[in-house]
Design a protein around this ligand. Structure first.
Ligand SMILES: Nc1ncnc2c1ncn2[C@@H]1O[C@H](COP(=O)(O)OP(=O)(O)OP(=O)(O)O)[C@@H](O)[C@H]1O
Length: 589
């Protein structure tokens, strides 16, 4: 093969003619073309330079071809035979998919597991039975460990007759790669990639739908609570993204277990249900689709419990945020709220902690309710205007229920309380007699409670006669007798219970001390009340004492400041002549 000579270039005689070697001919021609014919002597057949250049050219050709095919593949649908989706941790869909993978036993080929003790934190792990069999969901075992597949290697499986592949990325954060289990707290974000080998987009959406349905089914007995951990790098602004990484499963609490007077709970449930069902009305009336509730009152009166029970009743997930941390600032709050999915509950507990005025700081040593002890003020990085912007902003719309709780409603700015931000305020009070009676009856269900004779016999060693089987009729008569007895005891209990003095949480604590013995609970109520009163009085006295001390310290500081100013102005003589400042027996120079 011979290559044409380049016009205008002197014809040189190649050191070796390329007649018998097309590569050599090509090289000589290229060298001539570029005016580098002086390199021709290097191009000898089988020389090192010749072979290297040949390899280089071959590699370049292959790489160019690969890039060209990739370019064509990416631009023309016809060649594409897979769909890849990315799911980011913190987003609810990520959880749906991880659960789905666990349920479909994709983990079976996994060779890496993150093993932890089982807790309320949700990880979608597998607990192994003694025989090595795996259960996917939370089993009742308290002690079992949880095996969470890391999904760090690509896993190929069949789903609905499609070949599907999943892979989780290894994320890097501060000097090194870190693997962590799904649903776990870890620095940095994790991503899950799902590839379905099909051209049909509907395959992906039905995969996600299947995963969502399974998630809803599995989550039903729980209320899911999303929180942000205190040491989260998201919180400290090191990483941007969805910060709701800590997820907890709480046992669902029936709404009927919340004991409040005057049908408050039912009216709250009706209100929230109506709100959720009126999306169209809100959009027609051009009103942002959100609703705010403030639950206020003494601690232990059931504010948080009401919100959790309501979330269970409505099937909503809770995104709970504390503004008390100094690390939460306006921009973080904005980011956190805007990454909450539509139709969810945003809960801010103890909202008063965020903004404490100077007067409040001085007042803070005073207990808000008798015997409550001193309140502590926590500084937050969130400003009132930052919070108002978030509540009014785009991220807070779209079916969001906003709940805030506080023990100090008087500390809240009126701007926060205006309708549109807080639409309903519900006051919680210390327990009434009716609440105490209802709690008593809830505490002693007839089937769990010892009959009077059993209670008195409980100390006697059991004999064979105890084990004699009772007929069903006698059991029914016993249970109904027991009910009557418990009702009588409950009304006696409420008769001796002092109204509006104790919270239901306090009463619950007392009843827990005599779990199965209602008679004892009634008999010892008076003693408990007296002891509690004494303790509360002591606590209040201590708080008062502390308050007086604080006030004195403040007065001394101010007096010393005034004295200094007077000295500087020459109104008082030098320090040796200066009288001491005395306040309540405490003195300062
Ligand atoms: N009204 C109530 N109905 C049923 N249980 C209640 C009620 N009030 C308190 N409890 C019980 O007392 C405990 C504490 O209640 P909860 O945390 O809801 O009080 P809270 O008002 O939110 O307190 P805090 O203001 O300190 O956050 C819970 O275990 C709950 O079961």
């Amino acid at each position: 093969m011979s290559w044409p000579s380049v016009p205008g270039t002197p014809v040189t005689t190649p050191y070796v003619t390329g007649n018998d070697n097309p590569w050599l001919s090509l090289l000589n021609w290229v060298a001539d073309f570029l005016g580098l014919s002086f390199l021709a002597p290097l191009f000898q057949a089988n020389s090192l330079a010749f072979n290297s250049i040949k390899l280089f050219l071959l590699g370049s050709l292959v790489e160019t071809g690969r890039r060209f095919f990739r370019w064509v593949y990416e631009r023309f649908d016809f060649f594409q035979y897979s769909i890849t989706a990315q799911f980011d941790e913190g987003d609810p869909v990520y959880d749906w998919i991880i659960l789905f993978l666990t349920e479909k036993k994709i983990w079976k080929r996994s060779r890496r597991f993150h093993v932890t003790a089982r807790s309320s934190r949700r990880r979608w792990g597998i607990s192994m039975g003694q025989n090595g069999n795996a259960n996917h969901h939370q089993s009742s075992s308290f002690t079992s460990a949880e095996y969470v597949p890391t999904y760090d290697m690509a896993q190929l499986f069949r789903w609905n007759s499609y070949w599907t592949e999943t892979r989780r990325t290894l994320h890097e954060y501060r000097g090194g790669p870190v693997y962590s289990a799904p649903g776990d707290h870890a620095p940095g974000s994790r991503k899950l990639f799902l590839t379905i080998y099909t051209r049909s987009m509907s395959a992906l959406s039905s995969f996600v739908d299947d995963a969502r349905e399974l998630y809803q089914e599995v989550s039903q007995p729980h209320v899911i609570v999303h929180t942000i951990e205190q040491n989260s790098p998201y919180l400290h602004g090191q990483i941007m993204g969805n910060p709701w990484l800590s997820i907890k499963n709480k046992a669902r609490r029936p709404i009927s277990s919340i004991i409040l007077p005057n049908g408050i709970v039912q009216s709250l449930v009706d209100d929230a249900k109506e709100f959720l069902s009126m999306v169209d009305w809100y959009s027609t009336a051009a009103i942002p689709h959100r609703r705010g509730y403030l639950l206020h009152g003494p601690p232990g009166t059931g504010k948080t419990s009401t919100i959790y029970a309501l979330a269970g009743e409505l099937g909503l997930e809770i995104y709970s945020l504390s503004l008390a941390s100094g690390h939460v600032d306006d921009s973080f709050l904005q980011r956190a709220v805007s990454s909450i999915p539509n139709t969810a509950i945003l809960l801010i507990e103890d909202i008063d902690c965020a903004f404490t005025s100077r007067e409040d700081e001085e007042e803070e040593e005073l207990p808000a309710f008798p015997g409550m002890g001193v309140s502590r003020t926590t500084k937050s990085g969130v400003t009132l205007s930052g919070l108002l912007n978030v509540l009014d902003g785009v991220g807070s719309e779209e079916g969001k229920l906003f709940f805030a709780t506080t023990n100090y409603i008087e500390r809240l700015d009126p701007a926060l309380l205006r309708p549109g931000r807080i639409d309903r305020k519900i006051q919680y009070k210390l327990s009434t007699k009716e609440q105490a009676e209802a709690l008593f009856l809830r505490f002693y269900p007839p089937s769990y409670t010892l009959t009077a004779s059993e209670a008195s016999d409980s100390s006697i060693t059991s004999t064979d006669s105890d084990k004699t089987e009772k007929s069903p009729t006698s059991v029914i008569i016993q249970v109904s007798d027991q009910e009557t007895r418990l009702k009588t005891l409950a009304s006696e209990f409420s008769l001796h219970f002092p109204e509006h003095e104790f919270s239901l949480a306090e009463l619950q604590g007392y009843l827990l001390s005599c779990k199965k013995e209602p008679e004892i609970a009634v008999a010892e109520l008076k003693t408990w009340v007296e002891e509690e009163r004494k303790e509360k009085e002591e606590r209040t006295a201590r708080a008062e004492e502390r308050k007086i001390k604080m006030k004195d310290k403040k007065d001394i500081k101010e007096a010393a400041k005034l004295q200094g100013s007077l000295q500087r102005l020459g109104i008082l003589g030098n320090s040796s002549e200066t009288p001491f400042v005395h306040v309540n027996g405490i003195s300062a120079e």
